[in-house]
Design a protein around this ligand. Structure first.
Ligand code: GLC
Length: 558
């Protein structure tokens, strides 16, 4: 494992946040999905002032940085990942000056800000796309996107039978008859990254937010930008058979790294250099390319999120990803939940998927939990254990808003209240991602459980009352207080990016120790086990006569 001492000064203390260019390597990053965090003005959706007002909450939680999901002007066809203007704030959630106030308040509390940028596609309301539709075939305006003539005698058929990630066709026709490519919803036209104007414009966007104090960027669909479509388009079935080895027409092409090398130069124009993390759902062996220091510097690793609550799987994922990160000269990232997947308390409370479902792909990531089958208590117990396991690992940990409250997925949102395009484009197949995006409960009463003065944009279930921040605040055993204690210990104990596995006689028990003696032991089984020698600092469930109960994690100083 790498001996990464750069996160510590010579006397072993953490450097001041301003002076550490590598602050991101082992940061605890809290993801805010702004429209569901806190609504200060009562327009039913969360806003930037709502975040500013809750900086004391974030500070008490003990995080190092906030990753802010898109906050740009948007019709919300895909929750803000359909961007109308990359250099402004959605008037529904604030103004640029609200943004400045928010970032100042975060910085004053020692919290950095990572902005989400969405370079694969704009929205269909972006001025470039409107101009492209106006200007007609063959125009320079159209060359910023991916337009093609249709098939059939009058071009009435799409150029290919491709399906979008959210279901339904990936090509949509404009009034003059041409078709444009959209990998996601039809409101999200794909940009043409072979166009130098597109490249230059994004560099301006990076500079714009960096100058406003943004410390880092999360790159949406980082593996999708570079595309090379042959004259004769393959069918979807042919496309699916092509390997993702750097030469696939639409995914994970080698040239994408030329774009990120140019961005790295822009990131390095700032002091400290801006950080970046790639959202790249690629084969593990290709991940180091995104995490290279000549490129984005870090890449999400979703392996833990995709694993079952299982000792062997967790151990393999950790060993493998620490090696991968080292190969890239980066640190690993760890994720258990985010705005695209079923919350981990719910995943761990549902019966494991059957092997045949497993093979069908990652569909389960996008479908809601089925409440009648949910073991809510067991799911939360396992989630708390997994979270403590994650937070003790070397690398950075990404925490999704609400997981610190132990929230479950909301499975029973009525169809008419749903917003996710996955739901609309896959009627009856996928219920979509709204269940993890329901506005947070801050208090146990009121029309929105303290989210804001009005009813929230997605309905909250009555059980949110029990999970509210206000309720958990005063309960020493609450999940919120577990996260607070864990994050506070983590920032004190954070040490070199190494771990050594502890020998255990029980295959259901996984233990590791960090170079300063900070040990983490997880019991994936159900019977209590004896802990190694040491002072117990924290545990996800109360100890049973000094032993670690089933489905629990303890931290020790050994
Ligand atoms: C990413 C985002 C997801 C979004 C998609 C299209 O996967 O995380 O929420 O729908 O990109 O932008």
């Amino acid at each position: 494992m790498t001996d990464q001492t750069s996160t510590l000064t010579a006397d072993g203390t953490a450097p001041s946040p301003e002076s550490d260019p590598q602050w991101w390597r082992q940061a605890a990053v809290y993801q805010i999905y702004p429209r569901s965090f806190a609504d200060s003005d009562g327009n039913t959706i969360g806003d930037l002032r709502g975040i500013t007002e809750r900086v004391p909450y974030l500070s008490a939680l003990g995080i190092d940085a906030v990753w802010l999901s898109p906050f740009y002007p948007s019709a919300l066809a895909d929750g803000g990942y359909d961007v109308d203007d990359y250099r402004d704030v959605d008037p529904k959630i604030g103004t640029l000056s609200d943004f400045d106030e928010m970032i100042s308040a975060l910085h004053a509390a020692g919290i950095r800000l990572i902005a989400d940028i969405v370079p694969n596609h704009t929205s269909d309301r972006h001025e470039w796309f409107r101009a492209a539709v106006e200007a007609g075939p063959g125009s320079p305006e159209r060359a910023r996107f991916i337009f093609r003539d249709g098939l059939g005698s009058a071009g009435e058929l799409p150029p290919a039978d491709w399906t979008s990630i959210f279901g339904g066709p990936a090509w949509t026709q404009v009034p003059d008859g041409q078709w444009y490519l959209h990998t996601f919803a039809k409101e999200q036209p794909d940009l043409n990254w072979e166009n130098p104007e597109v490249r230059e414009d994004f560099k301006e966007t990076i500079r714009f937010w960096s100058e406003r104090g943004v410390d880092g960027f999360r790159i949406d669909v980082a593996h999708g930008l570079a595309k090379r479509l042959p004259e004769q388009l393959p069918s979807q079935a042919e496309l699916d058979r092509l390997p993702w080895d750097g030469s696939h027409p639409t995914w994970d092409r080698d040239e994408v790294h030329e774009i990120y090398a140019e961005w790295r130069e822009v990131f390095d124009e700032f002091d400290p250099p801006r950080s970046a993390v790639a959202e790249a759902w690629v084969g593990a062996d290709r991940r180091p390319l995104y995490a290279s220091e000549k490129g984005l510097g870090q890449a999400f690793n979703f392996d833990l999120l995709e694993a079952h609550f299982d000792a062997d799987q967790f151990r393999d994922v950790v060993t493998f990803n620490l090696e991968l990160a080292e190969r890239a000269g980066s640190s690993s990232t760890w994720v258990l939940s985010n705005h695209d997947v079923v919350r981990h308390a719910t995943r761990y409370g549902l019966p494991p998927k059957a092997a045949h479902e497993e093979k069908a792909g990652t569909d389960w990531l996008l479908s809601g939990g089925v409440e009648p089958r949910l073991d809510a208590e067991g799911g939360l117990r396992r989630a708390r254990a997994a979270s403590l396991f994650e937070l003790a690992l070397p690398g950075s940990a990404y925490i999704y808003q609400g997981e610190e409250l132990g929230l479950h997925e909301v499975a029973d949102i009525p169809d008419e209240a749903r917003q996710d395009p996955t739901f609309f484009r896959n009627t009856g197949v996928e219920i979509g991602r709204d269940g993890c995006r329901v506005p947070l409960p801050w208090s146990s009463e009121g029309a929105s459980f303290g989210f804001g003065p009005a009813r929230p944009h997605l309905p909250q279930p009555s059980w949110f009352a029990r999970c509210a921040v206000q309720v958990q605040d005063g309960d020493p055993e609450s999940t919120l207080n577990l996260y607070r204690r864990a994050l506070s210990l983590r920032s004190r104990l954070r040490t070199d990016e190494e771990l050594e596995w502890l020998h255990t006689d029980d295959a259901q028990v996984l233990g590791f120790v960090r170079p300063n003696g900070w040990a983490c032991v997880t019991n994936f089984g159900t019977a209590p086990v004896t802990l190694p020698e040491g002072e117990v600092l924290l545990s996800s469930s109360p100890l049973d006569d000094g032993r670690l109960p089933g489905e629990a994690t303890a931290w020790l100083q050994t």
